[in-house]
Design a protein around this ligand. Structure first.
Ligand SMILES: [Zn+2]
Length: 330
């Protein structure tokens, strides 16, 4: 199947999906559609069907140039120019394809994403507050924790905050509205219950908590933590699993962090003990981006360049999820 075939078949499938609202497309279809939407929307005019090979979030602009030439039928020589007599006229149509700047489609316009940078830089200063017991939907847990740190003292709270800032920039460039559960790294809290409420009250189309783990020193890698049904969150289990799958795929493909060697199964860990997941009424996952207690992971986690890479991967996964939802629930 060529790119052209894909665009055409997707256009048909899209029409079908829109006219049959209850239909939820198979997952594989929705992923393919999500990746193709910007291409379908971005083609200004199609003359012939040249390859639209831009990446998923780029605008593809085509321009058509028509050139008319006359080919002489009378042979000429350089030394004896002659006037051509009747000749055949041919018309050549050249279609050129160029990529405009990425993100110009505002593909996520009207969508809300809540980003929850785990912990807070000031949590160390107020143990009584963060130690307050809260109800997490199944049991009591503390309001928050300090989070972990690398062997050299680089805090998880700082890492989480930096990635969240980069992710906010990426998602806003795609047109999304972004809500943060904290806007500095010098405060205390909020409690995990409030973090869940912020995402719920914003009617988020997706929410993500960003963390890095304090695992065994010989363990490496990232894991996506997904909610387990507890009544409150029943309606968001399936979409959260889809969000988790998209985030896991993009993080694996677009960062240098491997799948966790010690947490979850193949990079996914269902968790029923976290307020942020138990109390969510919007699709939500938590990602442990790596293990701060592992020297190899830590070297990546403290790098601003790697943090930006991680944020971009998260943005890609979230975008894939949101565009898939748009098609299955227009
Ligand atoms: Zn954490």
């Amino acid at each position: 199947m060529t790119d052209c075939d894909l665009v055409q078949s997707v256009a048909v499938a899209t029409d079908s999906a829109l006219s049959d609202r209850p239909t939820v497309l198979p997952r594989a279809w929705r992923s393919a559609l999500a990746l193709t939407i910007p291409l379908v929307v971005g083609v200004v005019s199609i003359s012939g069907c040249s390859a639209t090979s831009g990446h998923a979030h780029a605008t593809t602009v085509q321009s058509t140039t028509t050139t008319t030439t006359t080919t002489p039928t009378t042979p000429t020589t350089p030394t004896t120019p002659t006037t051509p007599t009747t000749g055949a006229t041919t018309t050549t149509t050249t279609t050129t394809t160029s990529e405009a700047a990425p993100h110009s489609l505002s593909a996520l316009h009207g969508m809300v994403v809540t980003i929850d940078p785990g912990h807070n830089g000031g949590n160390f200063s107020d143990p009584s507050y963060i130690g307050t017991l809260i109800w997490n939907g199944r049991e009591n847990e503390t309001c928050d924790t300090t989070g972990t740190a690398t062997a050299s003292g680089y805090t998880e709270a700082q890492f989480n905050f930096n990635v969240a800032q980069d992710l906010k920039t990426d998602l806003e460039a795609e047109g999304a509205s972004v809500v943060l559960t904290r806007t500095t790294n010098t405060g205390v809290g909020p409690c995990v219950t409030q973090r869940a409420a912020i995402g719920n009250n914003a009617h988020s189309d997706a929410a993500i908590s960003i963390h890095a783990d304090g695992g065994p020193a010989d363990g490496r890698g990232f894991a996506v933590l997904e909610p387990v049904a507890d009544g409150v969150n029943d309606a968001i289990i399936t979409p959260s699993q889809e969000l988790g799958a998209d985030v896991r795929s993009s993080f694996l493909a677009q960062t240098t962090m491997p799948i966790s060697t010690y947490d979850g199964t193949d990079g996914v860990a269902p968790r029923d003990d976290l307020a942020g997941l138990n109390l969510s009424t919007v699709p939500k996952v938590l990602i442990e981006c790596g293990n701060m207690r592992n020297a190899t992971d830590a070297a990546l986690l403290v790098s601003p360049a790697w943090q930006a890479q991680a944020a971009h991967a998260l943005s890609s996964g979230i975008t894939t999820f949101l565009l898939s939802r748009l098609l299955s629930h227009p």
